[in-house]
Design a protein around this ligand. Sequence first.
Ligand code: LM2
Ligand code: CA
Length: 520
Amino acid sequence: MYTHLGLCLPQRAARRRAMVAATVLAAGFAWGSQSSGAPAQGTSNRTDVPGVTANLFEWNWSSVGNECTSVLGPGGFRGVQVSAPQDSLKRTSLGDGSNTVLHPWWEVYQPVDYNLTSRMGSEEQFKAMVNTCRSAGVKVYVDAVINHMTGQGTTSYGGQSYTHFNYPGVYDSGDFHHLGTGPNDCTSTSGGIEDFNNRHQVFKCELVGLADLDTSSPDVQDQLAAYLNKLIGYGVSGFRVDAAKHIGQADLDAIYSRLHRTKDHVKPYWALEVFGGGPGILSPQAFTTSGDVLGLDGVKQIRDAFKSYPAEHIGSIATLEVFGSGSGLTPSSKTLSFVTNHDTERNGDALNYKDGPRYVLANEWLLAEGYGHPQVFSGFAWNTTDDSPPSDANGIITNADCTSGQWTCTHRNPGILGMVGWHNYVGTARQANFWTDGDNVISFSEGHRGWAGFNNGAAPRTITVQTGLPQGSYCNVIVSKATGAGCSNGVAPVSVNGGGFATVTVGAYDAVALDRQNRL
Ligand code: LM2
Ligand code: CA
């Protein structure tokens, strides 16, 4: 069934061609529609191209399924990223990373086996969730933890007992990198990664003490591919590859080459987690030959523009006239973009839900800007960085309740939902008519289909700008929709004159966005 050859050169060339083909396709269609209704070609080398996704971090499977049907599908989200579904460490005592939280959110990053018995639910519940989401038009992308196993503990949520290098029925000691002097050993002094600029250590030593799989071994590659192919068989469309930087391009390619096509008859999406800052082949750019990468450098640029570093955090978004490859980031077509994810919301690299309206504004801006495949992060409220999501005494995560204040539910924000619709409607129209006051107010159009203005300042601003839109009365999609009886929610329409100009008041830390779908 498998070639056991890894990815040889002709296959690499074919994949590169396929990625180019997918990019060309993406340019001709609205985002996210490329693989739906695709012809049933078992031999297609096209890759799944995600539309706007929501990252429902540590939502349990039944809550994700409900959300797909009631909010994500109707709201125009084309995909949902879910948390690592494999069986994982279940802590039985404090210490080892947290002296106060017994079941920190990060237990799921310590796999024990590939049965889907997890804090988020059972394998049956996972399967049902994928079916429900797909029926609602929402593809499912999975956080795949495939670089390592555990760094602590002896028992899992599925009831499996294990030791650091021994996972019954899955891996034994020979499947791991070990501290040593051989070519396939970790040669640091401690067995951990000490030098993040050393490729050998980054690939073969332990990341925060997590048993490092020998991902160059064909047996390990087969085991990992079997896990991912099981998920693909359940209807999953692709993966966010955890710690991809620590697997390395060659091993990632060998694993990817073993993956089946998705239910949409395309190769799965493959978004690699590669933190910036590494030199040469350790840079995010250097992983774009193996897949898309997470937009982690972009996260910092967004934070710096919206918030900046003085204590007052005044920010200046005028710099965002240039954002993307022009500002040194990986190419738009190769990037999963977001304002934050679960790591950066805790480590200071990003804006997060605690930034309130400014955080919402940044999400709205990213959806308008159109860089990358945009993703809206939505997790749970926390006080300390280790906090567990709401769960029972056994660590089983309880249903996400957006009225409880315990879940941030960012993806339900009406302005963000309005911008998801705006984003889907403007598609890949080219950005034009950029305007700024040189400080904290910007606006631009996307072709002749949409216009948006953003005010990252503490006072409302009235601006007169070129919208690129035909004359007419438009509803602000941040707060309303066009209906037969005018703009919904009693919102006054915005007039665009025959020359395309409009005078618009943009509230403090707020946006106004117009599109031709919402013209009266
Ligand atoms: C990732 N990407 O590469 C995840 O996005 C990130 O959230 C994961 O770290 C990391 N890689 C490993 O998958 C988190 C968390 C760590 C936590 C690990 C493993 O940020 O703090 O480490 O998951 O659960 C914890 C303890 C740490 C301890 C380790 C091993 O915090 O002190 O290391 O477990 O026992 C001695
Ligand atoms: Ca590794």
